[in-house]
Ligand binder design. Structure first.
Ligand code: ADP
Length: 172
């Protein structure tokens, strides 16, 4: 039997309960999952690439069905298709939230299919409890001192708080 390798690319700035739910589901679909943390410096991330990789790895240690050896977390900055080819993936996993994600994801999947027709994009939906969560709003709420523990794990919440507290202390 061939081993089905999938990649789940994203910025993960930071990883939310929505991302973790997609990862849990993706592990039912593929034999091996590569979680690709995109460098995405242009997006001005709150956490550096190394930090985001470390935070995702830490989250994976706490994920129920994520047995070691079935996943890896890797940074990447190349074209997504090149990264997928380099890890031998046949599937790209993306998460779909409400209609807002659809147009962007639709275009990306279409263009990626042209770049390599042998790699399929597969969309997974998070549970309705996590559907509405976005890293962007987690950061906005965190920056204003709101409670983000509904949206991210306690470990991630602590990291976000620490980052904003540090920034506030510097600006004092
Ligand atoms: P990107 O910059 O590639 O959009 P993100 O980290 O924001 O990176 O998202 C990575 C993937 O996870 C995307 O496919 C996005 O739609 C999906 N995703 C993010 N949050 C959720 C969520 N709450 N439910 C389902 N999918 C999600």
């Amino acid at each position: 039997m061939t081993r089905r390798v999938g990649i789940y690319p994203g910025t993960f700035d930071p990883i939310t309960n929505g991302h973790s739910d997609i990862i849990r589901r993706a592990l039912h679909v593929v034999d091996h999952l590569v979680i690709g943390v995109a460098r995405n410096d242009a997006k001005g991330p709150l956490f550096s690439t190394d930090e985001r990789v470390e935070i995702v790895r830490d989250e994976m240690e706490h994920l129920e069905n994520a047995s070691a050896g079935r996943f890896e977390v890797r940074p990447f900055e190349s074209l997504l298709m090149h990264f997928a080819e380099s890890v031998g993936a046949s599937i790209i996993i993306r998460g779909l939230r409400a209609v807002s994600d659809f147009e962007y994801e639709f275009q990306m999947a279409g263009m990626n299919a042209r770049l390599n027709p042998n790699i399929e994009t597969v969309f997974l939906m998070a549970s309705d409890r996590y559907q509405f969560i976005s890293s962007r709003f987690v950061k906005e709420i965190g920056a204003l001192g709101g409670d983000i523990r509904h949206f991210v794990s306690p470990r991630v919440a602590a990291r976000v708080l620490e980052r904003f507290d540090g920034a506030r202390a510097k600006s004092r």
